[in-house]
Design a protein around this ligand. Structure first.
Ligand SMILES: CSC[C@@H](O)[C@@H](O)C(=O)COP(=O)(O)O
Ligand SMILES: [Zn+2]
Length: 213
């Protein structure tokens, strides 16, 4: 990145907003040890994606790399997140997705390893209404769990194959790994993240106290 591009990125409102979001997420202890990654859509076939290996609580705007995709090919000048393929696939699957946030919280990681099935349905929590499309605590709120892999294009393909089950929930869990959420803008993605982390935390406590899945 040349000096002029770097200066432009310092003033990029998308990049500034994602850095602030990273500080907020890190303050909740949801992205330890460089875990997690974030992106925000900048046009139909492009997004800013966090650079790989950064402390996500200490991002500066030049750690947000422009990534574009066309006909399945990812193009980026630097080294974007190792999980860029999944971010890009989510944007391709749903035009209304404008931001994607991925976290590695203790609660999501432990919860994903306790649940043996491919889906867990939340019900009875008022907080479910913080999620787009959820109108009542009584409305079942499913969360799909994918098996972890280091092959990100394969995970992205799995998500695409199962998209009809996933999209209503605005989130997915990767077993032993972490949570992905998305939204129609960055604020909605943040709200979904906070709501899902809360719901997962509640379910984990319920399972711990009752011993029942
Ligand atoms: C701390 S290792 C975590 C990584 O393997 C990965 O899962 C992750 O979320 C962060 O990868 P990154 O390439 O920095 O975006
Ligand atoms: Zn991760």
């Amino acid at each position: 990145m040349n000096h002029t591009t770097q200066q432009v990125q310092q003033l990029n409102p998308y990049a500034i907003a994602l850095c602030a979001t990273g500080r907020w997420i890190a303050s909740r202890h949801w992205v330890p040890a460089t875990g997690g990654n974030f992106s925000i859509r900048t046009a139909e076939h492009s997004a800013l994606v966090t650079a790989s290996g950064k402390d996500k609580g200490e991002l500066s705007p030049h750690d947000l790399l422009p990534v574009s995709w066309a006909e399945g090919e990812l193009v980026c000048a630097g080294q974007p997140s190792a999980e860029t393929a999944l971010h890009a696939r989510l944007y391709q699957l749903d035009d209304s997705i404008k931001a994607v946030l991925h976290t590695h919280s203790v609660q999501a990681t432990v919860f994903s390893r306790l649940i043996p099935t491919e889906q867990h349905t939340f019900t009875g929590y008022e907080m479910q209404k913080a999620i787009r499309g959820q109108l009542s605590h009584d409305q079942p709120c499913p969360l799909i769990i994918f098996e972890n892999t280091q092959d990100m294009p394969a995970l992205a393909a799995q998500v695409a194959t199962n998209w009809s089950q996933v999209k209503g929930a605005s989130a997915l869990l990767v077993r032993g790994h972490g949570l992905y959420v998305w939204g129609q803008n960055l604020d909605e993605a943040k709200r979904h993240l906070e709501a899902w982390e809360f719901l997962i935390h509640c379910e984990l406590e319920r399972i711990r106290l009752t011993g029942s899945l």
